[in-house]
Design a protein around this ligand. Structure first.
Ligand SMILES: Cc1ncc(COP(=O)(O)O)c(C=O)c1O
Length: 441
C-alpha cells in the first residue's frame, strides 16, 4: 500500500522560498488553507519541490476528475496542441468545439435537443445562464439559495450567498435576486423534520414568497445546485428538486442547475440532477469537465437558446485544447470512472459512517458518489459547529500528507479524483481517523 511520504517540515525549504515570492507578487485574495506547493502529480499523488508526496483528496477543488495528468487526457492535449491552439469559437468554427457541443447536448438529461455555449470557468457558465434566462424570459427577477456558490464575477456573485467576505465592498450587485433557504435537513432553517415536513421549504416558495414579495410571473429563473457544494456538501431530500421544479414550471420559471461541482460523473451519474429525476432547462458545467484544462459550458434546451448573434460570446471560451481534453475526459468517465465514483463513493461513505459510530464530533456524514462531506460538531445534540476543529483537522492532515478541503462553516469535503482506489480510500480514512482523534479526542 502506498502512503504519503513527508521528508521535511512543511513547508520544506524550496516550497517556503516559492511561497515567499508568491506573497510578494500574487493576489492576497486567494484562500490557501495550508502551504502546499504542487510541482508535479499523477493520479491522486502530488509531489512538492522538496520531494514530499501527498495523497490528494481535493482533486484541485473537484476538478481533476480523471486524476492528475491522466495519460489519455495528456495525449489528447498534446495531439491537439500540435494541430490548433486557438481560433476563437466566437468568430470561427473548429472541430473539437463542435464535437464536444454535440456530445454534451446528447449527454445532458432530456431528449438531446440542446445547444451549448462555451466559456472558460464555472462563473462564466453561470453568467451565461443568467444572461440567457433573462434574454429568453424577458423577466428581471431571480431566485437563488442561501449557502449557494455560483462564482465570483459580478453576475455570478450576485447569485452567490455563501460567505459575506465574498461580497464585502462589492455592492451594489445585480438587483432582483432573492435568496431563500436550501433544503438543509440536518439544520432545517424552518425547524421542521424530514419527511414529516412534506418538503415545507418548497411549499414556502409558493405560499409565502410568491404571495408576498415576488410576483412569480416576473421571475426568470431559479438557480440551484443539485447538491450544495461550497455551502457544505448538502444533499437535499430526493423529492426536493422535483417539487421545486413543479412550482417553477407552473409559473414559466426556468430551472437552472449549477452542476459546476456536482456534474461530470462526480456523484456516480454524469449529472447530479439525474439522482433527483429532474431535467433542468439550463445547466452550468465546468470544474471536472476537462480534467484541469480551463473550460466552462452552459447547456440549454434548443428552444431556450435562441439569443441572436452578438448577444453573448467569449474569445477564449471553448478553447480547442480544453475541448479535446473534455472529450478525452468524457471517454474515461463513460468507460469506467463514473461507475468507479459510485462504487468508491459507497466505500468511502461506509468507512466514514463506521468512524462516526465511535467519533462523537462527526455530526453528519453525507454525499453522493465522490462528493462526500463530514460535518463536525462539538456536541451531537446541540449540533454546535466545530469550525475550529474542522480547520485543525485539515491542517494536521496536511502535515501527515493528506490533502483535504473544507466547505460550509464546519464541514470537511472529500472530493478525490474519480480514479480513486479502495487502497487510497483506506489510507485517507486511517489518516483522517488518527487526525480527528488527536484534534477532538
Ligand atoms: C457550484 C459552483 N458553481 C460555480 C463555481 C465557480 O466556478 P469557477 O471558480 O470556475 O468560476 C463553483 C466553484 O467552486 C461552484 O462550486
Amino acid at each position: 500500500m502506498k502512503f504519503p511520504d513527508i521528508k521535511t517540515t512543511l513547508p520544506g525549504p524550496n516550497a517556503a522560498a516559492l511561497i515567499g515570492v508568491d506573497r510578494n507578487h500574487v493576489s492576497p485574495s486567494y484562500t490557501r488553507m495550508y502551504p502546499l506547493v504542487a510541482e508535479k502529480a499523477e493520479g491522486l499523488w502530488i509531489h512538492d519541490p522538496d520531494g514530499n508526496t501527498f495523497l490528494d483528496f481535493t482533486a484541485g477543488i473537484a476538478v481533476c476528475a480523471t486524476g492528475h495528468c491522466h495519460p489519455h487526457v495528456v495525449n489528447a492535449i498534446k495531439e491537439q496542441a500540435n494541430k490548433l491552439l486557438h481560433m476563437s469559437g466566437t468568430d470561427f468554427y473548429y472541430t473539437s468545439q463542435i464535437t464536444l457541443a454535440e456530445k454534451l447536448a446528447h449527454l445532458a438529461p432530456g431528449d438531446g435537443s440542446n445547444k451549448v455555449f462555451f466559456g472558460n470557468s464555472g462563473a462564466e457558465a453561470v453568467e451565461a445562464a443568467f444572461k440567457l434566462a433573462r434574454w429568453y424570459t424577458k423577466r428581471e427577477l431571480n431566485i437563488a439559495f442561501f449557502g449557494a456558490f455560483h462564482g465570483r464575477t459580478m453576475g455570478a456573485l450576485s447569485l452567490t450567498a455563501s460567505k459575506t467576505i465574498q461580497k464585502k465592498h462589492y455592492n451594489p450587485l445585480i438587483p432582483g435576486i432573492t435568496h431563500i433557504p436550501y433544503a438543509y435537513c440536518y439544520r432545517c432553517p424552518y425547524n421542521m423534520s424530514y419527511p414529516e415536513c412534506g418538503i415545507g421549504c418548497v411549499r414556502w416558495v409558493e405560499d409565502t414568497l410568491f404571495r408576498t414579495t415576488m410576483p412569480p410571473e416576473e421571475v426568470a429563473a431559479i438557480f440551484v445546485e443539485p447538491i450544495q457544494g461550497e455551502g457544505g456538501y448538502i444533499v437535499p431530500p430526493p423529492e426536493f428538486h422535483r417539487e421545486l421544479q413543479k412550482v417553477a414550471k407552473k409559473y414559466g420559471i426556468l430551472y437552472v442547475a449549477d452542476e459546476v461541482q456536482s456534474g461530470m460523473g462526480r456523484t456516480g451519474k454524469m449529472f447530479a440532477m439525474e439522482h433527483f429525476g429532474v431535467v433542468p432547462d439550463i445547466m452550468a458545467l465546468a470544474k471536472g469537465i476537462a480534467s484541469g484544462m480551463p473550460l466552462g459550458a452552459m447547456v440549454a434546451r434548443s428552444d431556450i437558446m435562441v439569443w441572436e448573434a452578438g448577444s453573448h460570446a467569449s474569445t477564449f471560451g471553448g478553447n480547442p485544447i480544453s475541448c479535446r481534453a473534455a472529450l478525452a475526459t468524457i471517454e474515461l468517465l463513460e468507460a469506467e470512472l463514473m461507475e468507479n465514483a459510485e462504487i468508491r463513493g459507497k466505500y468511502l461513505m461506509t468507512g466514514l459512517r463506521e468512524l462516526q459510530n465511535s467519533i462523537e464530533c462527526m455530526g453528519d456524514v453525507r454525499g453522493k458518489g465522490l462528493m462526500v462531506g463530514v460535518e463536525l460538531v462539538k456536541d451531537r445534540d446541540t449540533k454546535e459547529r466545530a469550525t475550529d476543529w474542522r480547520n485543525e483537522v485539515i491542517q494536521k492532515a496536511f502535515q501527515k500528507g493528506l490533502l483535504l478541503l473544507g466547505c460550509g462553516e464546519n464541514t470537511i469535503r472529500f472530493s478525490p479524483a474519480l480514479t480513486v482506489t479502495a487502497e487510497e480510500i483506506d489510507v485517507c480514512l486511517s489518516i483522517f481517523e488518527e487526525t480527528l482523534r488527536e484534534v477532538a479526542g
